[in-house]
Design a protein around this ligand. Structure first.
Ligand SMILES: Nc1ncnc2c1ncn2[C@@H]1O[C@H](COP(=O)(O)OP(=O)(O)OP(=O)(O)O)[C@@H](O)[C@H]1O
Ligand code: SF4
Ligand SMILES: [Mg+2]
Length: 330
């Protein structure tokens, strides 16, 4: 039995045992480019998400976070090749056909706060109409009940009631963001994928939005929070997954990641040290091209701990994919 099949079986077992709402094993996404080149956007991602849990997925721009979320919803373009498994309540999201995804997964079992909310809103419909139509499609309740559910969702997402009759082009980026969050909250989906849900919001609204997402998870659902905002992740996440060049290089409990012990992968530590309220020292260099990844550790050219051993790819051990992980901070 190959390692990949063994991991897929583990995922099914975890999901059937009720430990995981979502169980992802070996998720890999490649984009075919003209001329035969490929972009390795996500490589061999493994993670579980339990009911009531928030996992924050962090990493530099372009490392594959949104592609991973899109793969789970079957929203990748035609030039994508996906492999691996992602079990949600008995359904392998990566193997499901478009009809199953459209009728039973998107918006129903998996909610999405998209990274570019304005692009997901229909220009000729008001925010109220978007919300009420979503309530109608998901619950089929009476007109009066629809109105109330739509207004409640707007309130939960801090979308002002006085702006509900505005059209998408009349919304600021922050308002469009809150409209998208309200739409995603409506279905009470078992799994919520929130891709940069706080872009364009000031600190108070960031806190309010992520607290609402946290409440959503606390009611027994699972939340994957994709974010550049490490303060938001520190506020609500139970665990943190760090992605670099398409691979999850560390998964750690949030209290350890943000606490005195710190993360163990050199890149994860660099991300934290780049924060203004920490060392304020950026990670040197640039991430690699995903169309020309090295055979070994992709972080090696930027890593202060790299040795000859790093020319081979490190497999994750105790949640860290590194040959020379950092020691816990004193
Ligand atoms: N259709 C496509 N064809 C080829 N490459 C693509 C395609 N879509 C995405 N990519 C590439 O996949 C990589 C991962 O993109 P992704 O949008 O997931 O990054 P991200 O981590 O979400 O970044 P950000 O933090 O900026 O949102 C990028 O290098 C991107 O250029
Ligand atoms: S495997 Fe090597 S190069 Fe990669 S992060 Fe660890 S020490 Fe650095
Ligand atoms: Mg993204």
């Amino acid at each position: 039995m190959t390692a990949r099949i063994a991991r897929a079986l583990q995922a099914v077992t975890a999901e059937r045992a009720g430990d995981a709402v979502l169980s992802v094993r070996g998720l890999t996404v490649r984009f075919r480019l003209p001329g035969g080149r490929t972009v390795a956007a996500v490589g061999d991602a493994d993670f579980d998400l339990a009911a009531g849990e928030c996992l924050a997925l962090v990493g530099e721009s372009g490392c594959g976070k949104s592609v991973l979320a899109s793969a789970l919803l079957g929203l990748l373009p035609g030039n994508a090749e996906t492999s691996g498994t992602a079990f949600l309540d008995g359904t392998d999201l990566l193997a499901a056909d478009e009809k199953t995804l459209a009728r039973t997964v998107r918006g129903r079992r998996v909610g999405l706060v998209p990274q570019s909310p304005a692009a997901h809103l229909t220009p000729v419909r008001t925010v109220r109409s978007h919300l009420e139509e979503t309530v109608r499609a998901l619950t089929g309740t009476s007109r009066r009940a629809r109105r109330k559910t739509a207004e409640d969702a707007a309130d939960r997402a801090a979308f002002p009631a006085g702006h509900l009759d505005r059209y998408p082009h009349e919304l600021s980026g922050g308002l469009a963001q809150r409209a998208a969050t309200a739409l995603a909250l409506i279905g009470d989906a078992r799994l919520l994928l929130a891709d940069e849900p706080t872009t364009g919001l000031d600190r108070d609204l960031v806190d309010r939005t992520v607290d609402e997402l946290r409440r959503h998870a606390d009611e027994g659902r699972a939340l994957l929070l994709i974010t550049h905002d490490l303060a938001a992740a520190a506020r609500i996440a139970d665990r943190v997954a760090v992605m670099y060049a398409g691979r999850i290089v560390e998964v750690a409990p949030a209290h350890r990641f943000f606490g005195p012990t710190g993360p163990r992968h050199p890149y994860a530590r660099g991300l934290l040290d780049a924060l203004p309220d920490r060392a304020f020292t950026p990670v040197p260099g640039m991430p690699p091209e995903l169309s020309a990844l090295p055979d070994g550790c992709a972080f090696a050219p930027r890593c202060p701990r790299a040795t000859a051993r790093c020319a081979t790819r490190p497999e994750p051990t105790a949640g860290v994919a590194c040959h020379h992980p950092e020691q816990p901070r004193a």
